[in-house]
Design a protein around this ligand. Structure first.
Ligand code: DON
Length: 311
């Protein structure tokens, strides 16, 4: 596909999305996120040749929220490898992202690393033996390194807003702690979790950071192997099955790409061997996933024949 074809697709889809009025609802359970303009929209595709197609609010940083869980999972697997799976499963939950119901029956082991409980367990694994500040610095530097952009920062107002109101996450963390699944002080683990969710990135930075997942684990611009091909494939598999919580089946059905959403309205989607894609539209559907983000990806994947399930 030529650069012009990709540029045109990205621009036309963004133009269409910017006109839509059915935009979903901005997340309000984290008070700071309720202030975001629901009319924002950004779309960036970075293909295997390094071409970047961008449209709309492509360079406006937004709260990546749960999309950060892809990168904490990558870091945790790098640190402790398959031992991570003793603390967290890899099955879709079929439940909302902040649900607690399965934890009692499953003895404090969260279903997967992308629901809040699972991501908190992953954060706890990365934290082990370190100070929260060091661990946060490591997560931030990893994202800066992957996107080649050292300007990425944490939005402290968003982190503080969630820290003040994150009672459900505190309940999940304490519940897991009671089963011995968390090893660090709950406050430390939650502090790191809230702050990595509050990292702010633009669609451009996010699409660049996701390149290694589209390129069998390799950062194509540096040639640096971030993870082994097998690990990239497996992270993509978990994004496909669990990346949109109880909306994962619908996302696979409509878009057909591994994807991870965040309540800031972003989605990182991977077309393996083809491209890394970031989209941002802050209005959410009932499952807490970006309404127009999914719609845009559905059109893009269909138009370019990128669904992993066939054209
Ligand atoms: O823990 C939370 O609730 C948020 N920091 C992240 C949740 C989230 O992004 C769910 N995704 N759609």
């Amino acid at each position: 596909m030529s650069n012009a074809t990709l540029d045109r697709a990205v621009k036309e889809i963004a133009d269409e999305m910017m006109k839509r009025t059915d935009r979903g609802e901005v997340a309000s359970y984290i008070p700071e996120l309720a202030r975001i303009d629901v009319n924002s929209f950004g779309l960036v595709v970075v293909d295997t040749n390094g071409h970047v197609a961008a449209a709309g609010d492509a360079d406006t940083p937004f709260s990546i929220q749960s999309i950060s869980k892809v990168f904490t999972l990558t870091l945790a697997l790098g640190m402790i490898g398959d031992r991570l799976w003793e603390r967290v499963g890899r099955e879709p939950s079929g439940s909302p992202f902040n649900s607690i119901v399965q934890l009692e029956r499953e003895r404090g082991i969260p279903r997967n690393p992308f629901i809040n409980a699972g991501a908190i367990a992953v954060t706890d694994a990365i934290l082990s033996g370190h100070q929260p500040k060091e661990t946060l610095g490591e997560i931030l530097r990893f994202l800066q390194f992957l996107s080649g952009d050292s300007s990425i920062t944490i939005d402290d107002a968003v982190a503080a807003s969630e820290q003040r109101t994150g009672f459900r996450n505190a309940a999940l963390a304490n519940y897991m702690k009671s089963f011995g699944v968390l090893t660090n002080p709950v406050d430390f683990t939650l502090g790191v979790y809230f702050h990595h969710c509050a990292i702010a990135m633009s669609c451009r930075q996010l699409a660049l950071a996701g390149r290694f997942l589209a390129h069998s684990g390799r950062n194509p611009s540096t040639g640096f192997l971030v993870v082994q091909p097998e690990r990239a494939r497996r992270i993509n598999a978990i994004m496909m099955t669990c990346g949109h919580y109880d909306g994962s089946g619908e996302f696979a059905y409509r878009v057909g790409l591994p994807g991870k959403s965040g309540v800031g309205g972003g989605i990182l989607a991977i077309a393996p061997g083809k491209a890394s894609i970031a989209v941002w539209s802050p209005g959410l559907d009932a499952n807490g996933n970006s309404e127009l983000g999914r719609a845009a990806l559905e059109i893009l994947s269909k138009r370019l024949g990128w669904s992993i399930f066939g054209a």
